[in-house]
Design a protein around this ligand. Structure first.
Ligand code: ADP
Ligand code: MG
Length: 681
């Protein structure tokens, strides 16, 4: 039995000092060590002729040593030189302060050298090459893994330690996937894949090893999600809403014509609601695509069928906003809406709770306050959550438990590429509104550098003079990062006291008390603030139609999907609206990203590009989505694997919905290990 929990310092050649360095890389145990995967590889398996080597590249040459080592000593260092030759040319190998090399090489013998080539007017040099004697493959002749490092830990040392660790475990690691799956999908065994992802003999072996490890990660995630979905679906029969409660009655009351996409989505929801099965549906759509309208119509059907509806919003201000639009539509129909947020007075809260329990309130709109135990519905039939990424699955479940298996509709404005959404939200069915209502004005987006600052400020002033309002957003990735916080504070002071001193400028940031934040947002909504500086993502979904300009500072530090969300705060009214992205840096990637933002307003396209340019680690970053991070898998590149894995998961769970069969015990353990707290809800 191999002990993967063994502390890393007890691995040969490590010891306490190196262990400290390894800890910095989050390597604490033998298990951590062998799953610390390379960042990239250097192919030192193919030799090049000297004359083929180009300036700046890393190359492997096979050459005869034609001179003795010469040494030049300066005050600071010793430079050692060696002349090499193959049948196409000559090359000088150079080392610094490595005098022990002096008697290693024998003139007339053949060696392999790997290093960085400098080609200056045909004079070829190879700098500090590693080498092997003919026939040996200690440092060359293979593919070398390159690991992310930390200060004072060299690539060679880390590689050596991992090699020692691998030798301890190789062949003794328990298999982590059932044999039948390995065979069916022609996957490497676990032992093989761990070895080859570190030390492949050929790149194709690395590909195979990687594929196997990604397959496993994705399979476990997918099984967990589908397992969750099965729990909703199989164990419970849900509410069956009435056919006679027609959505069309409500649709006819609307002051606008629904888009085709809205109608299609409503049809899907209608079908779910009338069916015996529980609805668990994700409603995705770009900001402003009309999700709220869809939720209203769904709520109407629920109420007309004799049930209560809960609408859960992430912030008090959003809840209040929803209450306004719902009341406007529903009051005339005799449907009563109520608000439950934590800032209500105790008396008001008591009243709301009483009315709710008595069934006098048909639609309760609110925040987390709704989740508390003292909130009792008479007959909850439909739960709608807005901006679901703000809520954990747990919160969603808690409110759902206040009814007899109510239907659930989850709304999200975070555009996720369709293919991915299908998989990542495996526990939900998905409806997508992929069309904006007509006559939406395009938001003109400009990407500018610092030298345009004056003009940008002038432009903001002009908009304010015309009666509009502006948002200025600063990146504050980590509020704990002092340098960040300082930069933002300085900027806010500058805007408040200098640049825009004649206007009403306020600032909201994440760590502020909710009450205070809401108060400022409300003031902005009412037009009492001209410029709102925000150090955090402005409340998603806040509707201030008079705001016509959004400036984003250091836009290069935001993800594209996030920028797109931010941009959605403007262009909500009748006024022509603008988004100005101030950016720094000349990186190709930055420029490309800014270009995409200025060229398209399509959230899904932007999400797709974002994923491509940033990789999934960043895209899903933070805890925002509650989506697991992967060590190997990349959701963009590994879409084909994802599809295979999805089919496989479905067939496994069809046969064994609770993963109870002996043949699935390995999988069951893995799923529980990884997603324990999500599964147990
Ligand atoms: P979302 O919740 O998806 O961000 P909303 O439902 O808030 O979008 O819709 C944004 C605005 O567009 C609202 O003022 C809403 O009344 C309006 N709206 C929704 N659907 C339509 C439509 N089909 N035609 C015209 N306006 C619409
Ligand atoms: Mg139903």
């Amino acid at each position: 039995m191999i002990n993967l929990e063994k502390e890393v310092q007890y691995i040969k050649t490590v010891g306490p000092n190196r262990a400290k360095l390894l800890n910095k890389l989050n390597i604490y145990t033998l298990g951590d060590l062998i799953t610390y995967f390379p960042r990239e590889y250097e192919d030192r398996s193919k030799t090049k002729k000297i004359c083929e080597c180009s300036d700046g590249e890393e190359a492997l040459i096979e050459a005869i040593v034609v001179s003795r080592m010469t040494e030049i000593r300066t005050r600071r260092m010793t430079i050692s030189r060696l002349m090499l030759r193959d049948e196409t040319g000559t090359c000088t190998a150079t080392w610094y302060n490595q005098t022990y090399l002096k008697n290693i090489f024998t003139p007339g013998k053949k060696y392999k050298f790997y290093g960085k080539i400098a080609n200056k007017n045909g004079r070829i040099e190879i700098a500090s090459p590693t080498y092997d004697i003919e026939g040996e493959t200690k440092n060359t002749g293979k593919i070398i893994p390159i690991y992310p490092l930390t200060k004072n830990l060299s690539q060679n040392t880390l590689r050596k330690i991992i090699e020692i660790g691998m030798n301890e475990v190789y062949g003794k690691l328990d298999e982590t996937l059932p044999n039948r799956i390995l065979e069916e999908y022609k996957l490497f065994k676990y032992n093989e894949s761990i070895k080859k992802i570190h030390f492949p003999n050929e790149l194709s072996e690395f590909e195979q090893a990687r594929r196997r490890l990604a397959f496993e990660e994705l399979l476990i995630m997918q099984l967990a999600l589908l397992y969750l979905k099965n729990q909703y679906k199989n164990d419970r029969n849900g509410v069956q809403f009435k056919e006679e409660a027609k959505m069309s009655e409500m649709i006819n009351l609307l002051p606008f014509k629904l888009t085709k996409a809205q109608l299609r989505v409503l049809e899907e929801i209608d079908k779910d609601m009338e069916s015996k099965k529980n609805m668990n549906r994700l409603l995705q759509g770009d900001v402003g695509s009309g999700k709220t309208a869809v939720s209203m119509i769904s709520a109407y059907k629920a109420v007309k069928s004799g049930y209560q509806v809960a609408l859960l919003a992430p912030t008090a201000i959003l809840a209040t906003q929803h209450l306004e639009s719902f009341t406007e539509m529903f009051e005339q129909e005799g449907i009563k809406c109520g608000l439950l947020i934590s800032s209500l007075t105790a008396k008001r809260k008591r009243e709301v709770l009483e009315e709710l329990e008595a069934g006098k309130i048909d639609i309760l709109i609110g925040t987390h306050a709704m989740i508390e135990d003292n909130v009792v519905f008479k007959n909850l039939g439909l739960v709608i959550t807005d901006e679901q990424h703000r809520f954990g699955v747990k919160q969603r479940t808690k409110i759902v438990e206040k009814g007899q298996n109510p239907d659930v509709l989850v709304m999200s404005a975070t555009p996720i590429p369709r293919t991915l959404g299908l998989i990542l939200y495996g526990d939900l069915d998905i409806s997508i509104i992929d069309e904006l209502p007509p006559n939406r004005k395009k938001i003109d987006t400009f990407a500018v550098r610092k030298n345009m600052e004056e003009r940008v400020n002038g432009f903001i002033k002009k908009q304010i003079e015309e009666g509009r309002q502006a948002y200025i957003v600063c990146p504050l990735v980590e509020e704990s990062e002092e340098s960040d916080l300082k930069a933002v504070t300085t900027l806010v002071e500058k805007y408040k006291n200098e640049v825009f001193s004649e206007y009403r400028v306020e600032c909201v940031y994440g760590k502020m008390k909710t009450k205070q934040k809401d108060a400022i947002m409300q003031e902005f909504k009412e037009g009492n603030i001209d410029i709102l500086i925000s150090t955090t993502v402005i409340e998603v979904g806040v509707n201030v139609p008079n705001a016509s300009i959004m400036v984003v500072e250091n836009a290069e530090r935001f993800g594209l999907a996030q920028l797109h969300q931010l941009r959605g705060r403007v262009g909500r009214g009748e006024y022509k609206s603008y988004c100005i992205l101030k950016y720094e840096g000349k990186g190709q990637n930055t420029i490309e990203r800014m270009k995409i933002m200025t060229q398209t307003n399509d959230g899904f396209l932007i999400a797709e590009k974002d994923l491509q340019l940033r990789g999934t680690g960043d895209f899903f970053g933070t805890e925002q989505h509650g989506i697991p991070e992967f060590k190997v898998a990349n959701l963009f590149e590994d879409l084909p694997i994802l599809k295979q894995v999805q089919d496989l998961s479905i067939s496994i769970l069809e046969k064994d919905p609770k993963l109870e069969l002996e043949e699935n015990s390995i999988l069951n353990n893995k799923v529980k290990n990884k997603f324990g707290n999500r599964i147990e809800i």
